[in-house]
Design a protein. Structure first.
Length: 731
């Protein structure tokens, strides 16, 4: 029976609005009502919606609907209005508000859905980018088969405050948000301006957004100042990402009340390592020293290497205001001109910081190693240490290079050990991502005078290897105690998605690099070979960034999974508790187990891991935003000349180009390319000129010039240098 009616449905044809099959008409009505779940329609409305024009089919609509209702396929109310009885699928997810016309909803992992849900702007219920929502999902339809849906409820707003520029007219005011994914200006009553003046940067809080209103209403809660000024723009970024401007007074008071002197009883309860040569190595402008390294030769001919970490949890106790603030911030944030610390300065730069010539409380991982860098033994526990020397990276590197100066022999030997550990790590499949890092030289007003590409030397890698060793050792120590059943905080990195890697491989080929994508360690070897090939080449930064994006994101979790990028079975973060809350969690759990404690319930710790991962993403996004702001400002002040660049992205609306000299990325708008009309070839990520057949594709080396910079939106508009020059403008 089902087979026969299905065949008739395929044979039924629609000619000039005439539906020639009764079963087909029933299916059309049923599908329409299912796709409009929650709404009621009468026969007349259905005829209009289905665009039925012939009288025969029109007359069949109402009887067909009554038959469907009698069969229980649809519902009917006393007024002869009909509705779907289908149970739609409901999911919860996060909004990715792509453009003013539509958004995608990323379903939560528990639904195991492979694709995002498309929601048109009219069905968003005023949900904004990053909001958590409950969505009704319609059946897939159309040639693409894409799932579409409708937001039923906003379960959690990501933010209700936005940074923007206020525009004041005689009768009303609007705030135009800086955030590119906020597609609505915010209306402000004249009485809610809070003293803001026209064109100033402000923070506006949404107070009302009625369903029938196109724009939300808000009030200005903070006036940041004149747009374009350094301090105002940095404060704008801080406000945009919800970063704290200062510590509440009670937090500072609690920090200042902690005694500086270390009690004698506390020292007695720890391993005393103050007599062992110890030093710190950090950036020249660092003030908080998380970690120190000690070194001595043992009587048996082996070497004792100690990795000593600030014992933050000795000072920051559970259930205190300091603890709650550290948890809420979860990480220090490093903007282009300042640090927003996780802990107050009294702790981060004082009590906890491993400053030279001071006794300090530490949590240590002490290794007995031989000349081959094999770990023969290790010990983990609380210590008291004394740093004999504070090195800047450059100074320590110079001592190794010149073979003179403080601790040059110890530094040289540690460097040799680190190189052996590093080689072993890469032999086991670790990936060597040497990302390009840009640093700006700023004047006292924050204006960029120049930029430098940070260079990673042996001394940076030395510190990195011993920190990685300590982190891995702590993770494996806890895992091996009880085969991973003890609750702990791990840092994991999933195996990459092969499809994403194949897409990356296609990109790399456009730059002339052939990568063979296969399973296991072969992926690592292929990627490492590529990283070696591109060092110092114009495409280095582009391909490194694309490779990282093709990887899974590292995160914190209580699940004892592996770390693909480092090729470690188990890994954690133990070495930076001054600036990362997960390291404090690790210290607490580690001491709990060293004291013989049983594993606590994992759920509460998993919640803290999720929070920490989210805060880490916020920090990374805000750091990138501050760098982008300085890049835009730097290019607005830069010499008006043609620059070499490399095409990093091609879309239907524009071509993204990274300027080789400055590592700044801008866009050439297709609408401004007046030498021809260009068609977008999505499959091959390229533009093709319809008349001149010119091809513009990923990886092309081009000459460009800057035509406009917009600090509010943090964008750089470019044009190809063979275009007719336009006057450079700054907004």
């Amino acid at each position: 029976m089902g087979r026969k009616s299905n065949r008739r449905g395929q044979e039924g044809k629609k000619r000039g609005g005439k539906i020639t099959d009764a079963a087909q008409l029933a299916r059309k009505i049923l599908n329409f009502l299912d796709n409009n779940y929650g709404k009621e329609f009468n026969a007349k409305q259905i005829i209009k919606k289905l665009e039925i024009r012939d009288s025969l089919t029109k007359g069949a609509v109402e009887p067909t609907m009554h038959k469907l209702a009698a069969a229980g396929s649809i519902s009917k109310n006393p007024r002869n209005y009909f509705a779907s009885v289908k149970e739609p699928e409901f999911i919860e997810g996060e909004v990715d508000y792509v453009n003013p016309r539509f958004a995608y909803i990323r379903p939560e992992a528990k639904y195991e859905m492979e694709e995002d849900i498309l929601v048109k702007e009219a069905d968003l219920k005023h949900a904004l980018d990053g909001d958590k929502v409950r969505v009704m999902v319609y059946p897939a339809k159309g040639s693409t088969g894409r799932l579409e849906g409708k937001v039923l409820e906003i379960t959690q707003r990501l933010r209700d405050e936005f940074v923007g520029r206020v525009e004041i007219s005689p009768r009303y005011a609007f705030v135009v948000p800086d955030f590119r994914k906020m597609h609505h200006d915010i209306f402000v009553h004249k009485g809610d301006l809070n003293g803001a003046e026209h064109n100033q940067k402000v923070v506006v809080k949404i107070t009302e957004w009625r369903e029938e209103d196109k724009n939300p209403t808000g009030k200005i809660v903070r006036v940041l100042g004149k747009a374009g000024e350094h301090e105002v723009e940095i404060h704008s970024i801080m406000a945009e990402f919800g970063l704290p401007f200062e510590y509440p007074q009670e937090i500072e008071e609690e920090a200042n009340a902690i005694p500086e002197e270390i009690p004698t009883d506390e020292i007695k309860n720890r391993r005393d390592m103050r007599d062992i040569p110890t030093f710190t190595i950090d950036p020249v402008d660092a003030k908080d020293f998380d970690d120190a390294i000690s070194y001595r030769k043992l009587e048996n001919g082996n070497y004792e290497i100690g990795v000593h970490i600030a014992d933050v949890t000795h000072y920051v106790k559970p259930k205190t205001k300091l603890e709650q603030e550290a948890y809420d911030r979860a990480t220090s944030v490093y903007l282009v001109d300042r640090t927003i610390p996780m802990l107050p300065e009294r702790l981060s730069n004082g009590l906890c910081s491993l400053r030279p010539n001071e006794d300090k409380l530490t949590f240590s991982c002490v290794f007995e190693m031989d000349e081959n860098a094999d770990v023969l033994n290790h010990w983990i526990g609380r210590t008291v240490t004394h740093s004999d020397r504070r090195f800047a990276y450059e100074e320590a590197q110079e001592n190794i290079d010149k073979q003179e100066g403080d601790f040059y022999q110890e530094l040289t030997f540690l460097n040799e050990l680190a190189k052996k550990i590093r080689k072993r790590r890469f032999d086991k499949g670790a990936i060597n991502f040497e990302t390009v890092e840009v640093k700006f030289k700023l004047d006292d007003k924050g204006i960029p005078l120049g930029l430098m590409i940070k260079e990673r030397k042996d001394i940076h890698k030395l510190i990195e290897e011993f920190m990685l060793l300590a982190n891995r050792t702590v993770a494996e120590f806890i895992y091996n105690r009880n085969k991973g059943k003890d609750t702990f905080v791990y840092r994991i990195h999933d195996f990459p998605d092969i499809e994403k890697l194949e897409t990356f491989s296609t990109f790399a080929k456009r730059f002339g690099h052939d990568i063979k994508i296969s399973e296991g360690t072969k992926i690592s070897k292929a990627l490492n070979q590529l990283m070696d090939e591109i060092v110092g080449k114009p495409e280095q930064n582009v391909l490194e960034q694309l490779a990282i994006r093709s990887m899974a994101k590292a995160k914190y979790t209580t699940e004892p999974k592996s770390h693909f990028g480092l090729a470690f079975k188990h890994y954690t973060h133990f070495t930076s508790p001054i600036r990362r809350y997960p390291d404090m969690m690790v210290h607490r759990l580690l001491q709990h187990y060293l004291d013989g404690g049983k594993g606590p319930d994992a759920e509460a710790w998993e919640d803290k891991c999720i929070h920490s991962s989210e805060r880490e993403k916020r920090a990374a996004d805000s750091e990138r935003a501050s760098i982008k702001y300085k890049q835009v400002e730097y290019m607005s002040l830069a010499e008006d000349k043609d620059y070499e660049g490399i095409i990093t992205g091609v879309t239907e609306w524009g071509v993204y180009v990274e300027i080789t000299e400055t590592k700044c990325e801008g866009m050439v708008k297709v609408s401004e390319m007046n030498d021809d009309y260009y068609d977008f070839d999505e499959k091959n990520m390229r533009l093709i000129g319809s008349r001149n057949k010119k091809i513009i594709t990923l990886g092309d080396k081009v000459m460009i010039r800057v035509v406009a910079t917009d600090i509010d939106r943090r964008t750089i508009d470019l044009e190809f240098a063979d275009n007719e020059p336009k006057q450079k403008r700054r907004k």
